[in-house]
Structure formats: C-alpha cells, structure tokens
Design a protein around this ligand. Structure first.
Ligand code: PMP
Length: 439
C-alpha cells in the first residue's frame, strides 16, 4: 500500500481544488508538496511517513493549548456521549458567555456563530443596522474572512498598484464579487492616524464602523504604533461611528481580553474565532450591550443551525478555563514563549551578516521578514520592501529540519502553552542552519 505524502498529493489533485482545502495548505506554498499530517501531540505534529515537526502554525492559531490537550480531548469525549448538539437552549452556552464577559472588558453580551468570516458578516450588518449608515472603513492588508463586502485590498500587491495613500485603489481580492458589494467599503492605509482623519472628516457621518485587526496579523505581524488605536477610538466617538475590532487572531491569545485589553481600548463590537474554538468551529460576536441588542429578533438578523453548538461550547469553556486558571497562567505562558522565541530569533539574525532579516512579534504571534528595513510598519512597506519569495524558500527548507511554519510570509507563527524551551532551542538551531545554506 502506498502511503507517502507525494502519493496523497497526487490523489488529492484529482479530487480537491488545488489539491488541498485552501491555498495556504497545498502545494501552492508547500514545495514540492505538503506533508500529510497523521497526528499531533503537544507542540508536535507527525506526518504519515513518521516524521515529526515542531509545529509553530498551530492550525492558524486555533490551538492555544497545542495538540490533543487532555482537557479538550476529555471534554469532547464526555460531551458527545450524551449528544453533540441540540440547537436548543443549553446551560453551557450561558456559562461560556458569562466567562467571555468576565475575561473580555469589551464584551457585555455575546452571540455565537461558527467561523471568523461569519462573525465578521454579522458584525458588519449589525454596525450598519445599529447606526443606519452604509459605509464601512477597512484597512489595506487587513483580512476579515472571505465575505464580499470585506474581501478587498487584503492581499499583497505591487506598490505601484495601490494608488495614492490619500485615495488608495481598492483592489478586489476575488472574481465573483459584484462591484455593488464593495461600493460602501472605504479602504484606508493603516497605522497612520492622519490618513484616517482625512477620510473621517469627509465621510465620517456616513461611516457605520471602522473595522480593523488591532495587530495586523495577515501581513505577518505588524503592531499598531503607540497611541494609534486610542486615536482611532476617539475618531470613531467624534463621528458616532462604531469601532469594530476583529480579534479572530488576537482574541484569547494576546491577553485574556485580547488586543483590546492589551492596548487598553474599548471597542463597540469585537469578534472572535480561532483560539475561542480550541480547534473547533466556534466564533462569536461580542460588544456593548446596547449595540449587541441590535441583533435581537426583528432588528438585525443573524441565524445558524450550529450556533452555540453544545459540544463546541463545552470545549471552548474547558479551553478558556485552562488558559485562565491560576491567575491566567496559560495566557502568560503563551506570551512568554512567544517573546522568548522572538528574542532568540532576533539575536541570531543580528549575529550573522549573510541575510538582512528581522523578526516582529506581539506576545505569542511572530513573523520573520527578509528585508533591508529594521521594521515593517504597514502594508505598503511589506509590499515594497519584503522578499516574501525568499521567506517561502526559507520556510520550506526549515520543514526539512523538523520545524513547521507556514511558508506564506503574510501569515505568521504562533506559540502555544505547550511549546517548551527545548522546542525553542531546537528551532533556533534549525533556523541558523537553514540561514547558513539559504541563497
Ligand atoms: N478575521 C481575521 C482577522 C482573520 O485572520 C481570519 C482568518 N484568518 C478571519 C477573520 C476569518 O476567519 P475564518 O477563517 O474562521 O472564517
């Protein structure tokens, strides 16, 4: 029986589009083909040929506790034995919402759904419904899932395609999106308050919400400039627009209260995905009670058969309890390991002169950029000054050394509570070796 990743790649290409279930998982970025993963345990994954890898991708951030964490495994087992989902009232959805409201300062009420994309769709509709305004502001390079209204200017482009920063060219990221779907989506460069102020002065009274990732995390990891998020919050208040923070990546990761807590802001709407579900499809929209009540029956509609799925709520509750127990020790560990690997990477990058390479991180999310610059502060700098093709070669070489990062430079790497110092030291040795051989 044939059981190699190469053979499975061939079989997959006959039946799966692009031979995989998204571009970032297939041979499009995993060269020459992706390893087929058989199982995972703790910080490691193992392919069907028996090779082990230190996993720094952690299912795009969905696994803050690593693979097959005992509390998650036990919860799934115990819960589904008495029924996976009822689409009826359950106590666990209440308990989970209570815990979210306790952990997240910005959350006064919660509505569950299943994916980050869905949460964004509902949040945008809620913002429009609540304010009675049509326009939304999104930022260049910020990804908010794949729904029509927001799938614009998310992917890296040539700098020469982006237009003047005062009036960026909104670039549709997909065919099949009617122009009308994005006619009320205003695209603005991020991390520059003057540019946002210009737009708000002109159109602020028509803007339902300003939406953003608080840390830009779909162009690697780009932190907000000091005070930027607070200035955005003030501008939103001035024009009575809602401040909507998409915490799909940062939520239940950068701190118990996500990016909003870390940077001390209070957005009107927040959405969560990834880490909330602990490896399962659970997402949520939260926010100020008055705004969230806009989702109540007869106002702004939002439905879903699998909303607040009983098993998923139980898993999420177990995961969040695990992260927050003993005075948030789990959340602290995420940050500690992310900072540790980032500092070690910076040290070895400084100690060699073959490559111009930097590392940026905010706590547990980090990314490496091959660039002459000493930091990357926005989408345009990434498009113009980062050698992302070199990163892809680097990441694919790193995998041969037993270290698994996603080869797409616009994604990022992620630490979990189960990444040990040994994992980090081994990763650093592999990075040094790969850099010394990389052209
Ligand atoms: N928002 C952000 C900030 C994201 O990073 C993502 C996914 N990478 C999404 C929304 C969409 O989430 P999902 O893939 O669960 O639909």
């Amino acid at each position: 029986m044939i059981n190699t990743s190469k053979e499975w790649t061939k079989r997959a290409s006959n039946v799966l589009v692009d031979g995989g279930s998204s571009a970032a998982r297939s041979s499009l970025v995993f060269h020459p083909y992706p390893p087929y993963i058989d199982h995972g345990l703790g910080s490691k994954i193992f392919d069907i040929e028996g090779r082990g890898y230190i996993d720094w991708m952690m299912a795009f951030g969905a696994l803050p506790l690593g693979h097959a964490h005992p509390s998650i495994v036990d919860t799934v087992r115990n819960t589904i034995e008495t029924g996976s989902h009822f689409a009826a009232a359950t106590t666990v959805e209440v308990e989970l919402a209570e815990l979210i409201c306790k952990l997240v300062p910005a959350a006064e009420k919660v509505r569950f759904c299943n994916t980050g994309t869905e949460a964004v769709m509902a949040a945008v509709r809620l913002a429009r419904g609540y304010t009675g305004r049509k326009k939304i502001i999104k930022f260049e390079g910020h990804y908010h899932g794949w729904s029509d209204a927001v799938l614009v200017s998310s992917n890296p482009q040539k700098l020469s395609s982006l237009g003047h920063p005062h009036s960026p060219v909104g670039i549709l990221d997909s065919s099949g999106i009617p122009a009308g779907a994005v006619e009320n989506t205003i695209v603005v460069p991020w991390n520059d308050i003057d540019l946002l102020e210009r737009v708000m002065r002109d159109k602020g009274r028509d803007v339902a919400c300003v939406m953003m990732e608080g840390v830009m995390s779909n162009i690697g990891v780009i932190p907000p400039k000091d005070g930027y998020l607070q200035e955005v919050e003030k501008l939103c208040k001035k024009y009575d627009s809602l401040f909507y923070l998409d915490e799909t990546v940062t939520g239940f990761r950068l701190s118990p209260g996500g990016c909003a807590e870390l940077f001390d802001i209070k957005p009107d709407i927040v959405s969560f995905g990834k880490a909330l579900g602990q490896g399962f499809p659970l997402a949520a929209i939260c926010g100020k009670a008055d705004v969230m009540d806009g989702l109540s029956w007869g106002k702004v509609m939002h439905y879903g058969t699998l909303n607040a799925c009983r098993t998923l709520c139980a898993v999420s509750l177990a995961g969040l309890n695990e992260l927050s127990k003993e005075n948030n020790a789990g959340f602290k560990k995420l940050k500690q390991q992310g900072n540790y690997i980032s500092e070690e990477l910076k040290k070895i990058f400084m100690s060699q002169n073959k490559h111009s390479v930097i590392c940026q991180n905010v706590g547990s999310i980090f990314q490496i950029y091959f660039t002459e610059k000493n930091k990357i502060e926005n989408f345009r700098e990434y498009c113009d000054c980062v050698d992302s093709a070199k990163y892809t070669r680097f990441a694919n070489d790193l995998r041969k050394q037993g270290v698994y990062v996603n080869p797409s430079n616009s994604l990022h790497s992620i630490s979990s509570t189960v990444h040990s110092n040994t994992d980090i030291d081994e990763t650093i040795m592999a990075v040094e070796k790969v850099l010394s051989q990389l052209n």
